[in-house]
Design a protein around this ligand. Structure first.
Ligand code: FAD
Ligand code: NDP
Length: 530
């Protein structure tokens, strides 16, 4: 491959036309004359090559192009064990946050329909059409896939729907779905390959079970479903499946939502159980056998053998969904060819500038030992591009990252859990303020076992002027509430600051402005009416 660059001087900028002599193909993105250009002292095809067109990779590529870098993005989805595949945009858009939030919304609509009757509406909650929901969600995703491709073209980012692997530290070889190969050179590389769901070493698992990579486009109604795992993905999937009327069981190896506040995690489990989700705890899958094959529109019948409290049991399910963690496939990009260091779990160690041990190779997003969250992947990609091509010095802050678990009882959290705070600062230095609350919009509900789960907690450091270490919220719209309060934590807000804040009435967020019961006091946290 021969790359020839013709530089064109303009009054404002110096732009170039990159003509690559390669059988039957020219590079697609040619910077316009008015695009900013960077100074370059290399002769590679591109300034920057990004491996992975998900949340982090796309943000980084577009930001770099905005500052004048010549950028290429490789994005290719290897099909799942069940042959599911999807378009550009990565996990979040195609098989993560977006379809998950939409299915969560579908299930919340079920609850709201019951409320609607109490508000006087003539609606019934008879049945749910899985095919219609999946069809509409997939249409939205395909529209977004198309918009991303247009956006990349408009922003002068070259996109190859090809799987890239390293040849040397400035060269990758890529291959498309028909097996055609291409070689591309670049000055710098950003690794943004994300991760893929794990399968356990259990007979029949990858033959018959699915993962979150399959559930959102499943052609048939999932039927009786077993979700294996007890963290974000398993509990969120179990929550929305139960909410739309699916017979749902969760197989829990140990605790719910490891790393989160244990009071909140247990309340989520309790709420789900009261709502109809069954829990097998502690339990582990042992074997999955197919009794009846799936057809185009019906789920299979699977016999699952598992242990429960050490005793072996079995049951028949139509769908088994493994949500037992995810792993970056770093070993698949030929890391040895560039001497790239990575951990056994596929995660890539980087310095505070997201630089790997290879001096022109950076890594962002789910590849890092950091929370696996889209906004963090986007932030790390965007700030990296600004540092590389716009003279910025701003680093990504991996502390106090807000997050929300979209279980039926939503859970928003930022900062430390009570247990983490005690472990770090000692029990005597930690005060916990907490309370139950009642969302006003839910007062039309008949009294039920689901009352008493909406909860809020502030974890503060007594030794540091009651600085807020952790904020936890269980209730509706948890993401909206936690995202806003996250700013308070990164600005070092104290309990006094929260007390100074005047709440908005009647909302759920105001609960954080009036908290005065400490956990230590043992006083009742029952809700007082306003
Ligand atoms: P990805 O988005 O995974 O993108 C990586 C891309 O690189 C993929 O398209 C992959 O196919 C491609 N690729 C890999 N190797 C190569 C290669 N060698 N060559 C070319 N292409 C390659 N986060 C939230 O913040 N909120 C949520 O509500 C949320 N919900 C989630 C729900 C589920 C079910 C899952 C699975 C995840 C969820 N996440 C959520 C996490 C979020 O999706 C990820 O943190 C985010 O997508 C990570 O972005 P990334 O850019 O690192 O990787
Ligand atoms: P996690 O790594 O968070 O949790 C894995 C779960 O599976 C744990 O409950 C773990 O149990 C269990 N487990 C692990 N191995 C086995 C096994 N062999 N058999 C049975 N159970 C097992 O993974 P997830 O897949 O839930 O999520 C991955 C990441 O994606 C999350 O950490 C999150 O950052 C991101 N995400 C974000 C969302 C959001 O923002 N709302 C939603 C979904 C995902 P144990 O505790 O015993 O180890």
């Amino acid at each position: 491959m021969i790359a020839i660059r013709v530089y064109r001087a303009t009054l404002k900028t110096v732009s170039y036309l990159s003509i690559t002599a390669k059988v039957g193909r020219f590079y697609s993105a040619v910077p316009a004359d008015d695009m900013p250009q960077i100074e370059r002292s290399h002769d590679y095809n591109f300034d920057l090559a990004v491996l992975g067109g998900g949340s982090g990779g796309l943000a980084c590529a577009k930001e770099a192009a905005k500052h004048g870098a010549k950028v290429v993005v490789f994005d290719f989805v290897q099909p799942t064990a069940q042959k599911t595949t999807w378009g550009i945009g990565g996990t979040c858009l195609n098989v993560g946050c977006i379809p998950k939030k939409l299915m969560h919304t579908a299930s919340i609509y079920g609850e709201l329909m019951e409320d609607a009757q109490n508000y006087g509406w003539d609606v019934t909650r008879n049945s749910h059409d899985w095919g219609k929901m999946v069809g509409n969600i997939q249409n939205h995703i395909k529209g977004q896939n198309w918009k991303i491709r247009v956006d990349l073209r408009e922003k002068n980012v070259t996109y190859y729907n090809e799987y890239a692997t390293f040849v040397d530290k400035h060269t990758v070889k890529s291959v498309n779905k028909r097996g055609a190969e291409r070689t591309v050179t670049a000055d710098k590389f950003v690794l943004a390959m994300g991760g893929r769901p794990n399968y356990p070493d259990v007979p029949g698992a990858s033959d018959f079970a699915i993962t979150s990579d399959d559930i959102f486009s499943l052609k048939y109604h999932p039927g009786k479903t077993l979700c294996v795992g007890a963290s974000y993905i398993s509990l969120e999937c179990a929550g929305f499946l139960n909410g739309i009327g699916v017979d749902t069981t969760v197989l829990v190896r140990s605790i719910l939502l490891r790393g989160f506040d244990s009071d909140c995690s247990e309340k989520i489990g309790g709420y789900m159980e009261q709502s109809g989700v069954k829990f097998i705890r502690p339990g582990l899958p042992k074997k999955i056998e197919c009794i009846k094959e799936a057809t185009a529109d019906t789920a299979p019948e699977l016999r699952v053998t598992y242990t429960h409290n050490g005793e072996e049991k079995s049951d028949i399910y139509n769908t088994v969904l493994f949500a037992i963690g995810r792993k970056p496939l770093t070993d698949k990009i030929n890391p040895e060819s560039i001497g790239l260091k990575y951990d056994p779990n596929g995660k890539i160690p980087v310095n505070e500038e997201e630089l790997t041990n290879v001096d022109n190779v950076y890594a962002i997003g789910d590849l890092l030992n950091a929370p696996e969250l889209t906004p963090l992947a986007i932030q790390s990609g965007r700030l990296l591009a600004k540092r590389l091509y716009a003279g910025s010095k701003i680093l990504t802050d991996y502390v106090n990252v807000p997050t929300t678990v979209f279980t039926p009882l939503e859970y928003g959290s930022v900062g430390l859990s009570e247990d983490q705070a005690i472990a770090k600062y000692g029990e005597d230095n930690i005060e916990v303020y907490h309370t139950l609350h009642t969302p006003t919009e839910q007062v039309v509900r008949e009294p039920s076992e689901l009352d008493g789960y909406n909860y809020a907690k502030l974890v503060v450091n007594i030794a540091d002027n009651e600085c807020i270490l952790g904020l936890h919220y269980l209730g509706p719209n948890a993401g909206e509430i936690t995202g806003g309060f996250g700013l308070g934590l990164i600005m070092g807000a104290t309990k006094t600051d929260f007390d100074r804040l005047v709440g908005i009435h009647p909302t759920c967020s105001e609960v954080f402005t009036t908290m005065n019961i400490t956990k230590r006091s043992g006083n009742s946290i029952d809700v007082e009416d306003c």
